[in-house]
Design a binder for this molecule. Structure first.
Ligand code: NI
Length: 226
């Protein structure tokens, strides 16, 4: 499932993130890529040592925490601290690759299994040319380029790329999530059920059947959650 969630960051947060990023130091993006991905990765990333990193990560994680749609789509168990990247000038693309299944926490405290990948756009589409995120999966090939502050959530198992940025600079935040529900199909069923329940609650209210169905949702989640 590929899901776009608009306005994860509000305008004030976008400005604050941009200000912090403008002060930070960029390094070669290969530092976090696996062996295959490193061959095709040509972008820049905020240094793990950047003093702005902590504030940036907090800003993004707080915004995700209050987003109900993100929660129901990803069912996050663990989130690898977000990274920030930039595509511009000579360092302007990330060719076809798959994300590594297991990612080490930056502090070395253990691994996070990447079930769900997410890209939070920090530059508006009109401010750069190219730089589409192309995602290939059972849903076919999709091109994603969102407004600043919006996020796309997609299975980490998909093959994807970022096409060359031909003009301007594309800054984004990306992250890997270990889901409580490992299986993407099960996650999808839960997501569909939860969205339908929300709609039912809105149209018919908390009827007895709606309460029972809500129970079924939670019982399925209980069965499937790790
Ligand atoms: Ni990737």
């Amino acid at each position: 499932m590929l899901l776009q969630i608009p306005n994860v960051l509000n305008d004030e947060e976008i400005l604050r993130a941009k200000k912090l990023i403008a002060e930070a130091q960029w390094v070669d993006g290969k530092v976090t890529a696996g062996t295959q991905a490193a061959v095709v990765k040509n972008n820049q990333q905020l240094s793990e040592q950047a003093p702005q990193m902590q504030a940036l990560r907090k800003l993004v994680l707080q915004a995700l925490n209050r987003n109900a749609l993100f929660f129901t789509a990803a069912l996050p168990l663990k989130i690898l601290p977000p990274f920030f990247n930039r595509y511009s000038g000579e360092a302007n693309y990330y060719g076809y690759h798959v994300d590594n299944a297991m990612r080490m926490m930056p502090d070395g405290s253990g691994y996070v299994r990447a079930d769900v990948s997410a890209t939070l756009f920090l530059t508006d589409p009109e401010d750069y040319e190219g730089g589409e995120l192309m995602i290939e999966d059972t849903f076919g090939r999709q091109s994603v380029k969102l407004k600043a502050g919006s996020i796309v959530v997609y299975p980490s198992s998909s093959v994807h790329e970022v096409t060359p940025v031909r003009k301007g600079a594309r800054v984004a935040c990306f992250m890997f999530i270990q889901s409580m529900v490992r299986d993407a199909e099960k996650r999808r069923l839960l997501y569909d059920m939860d969205m339908s329940l929300m709609q039912l609650r809105h149209t018919v209210g908390e009827t007895e059947a709606v309460v029972h169905l809500t129970g079924v949702y939670h019982n399925l989640l209980r069965r499937w959650a790790e």
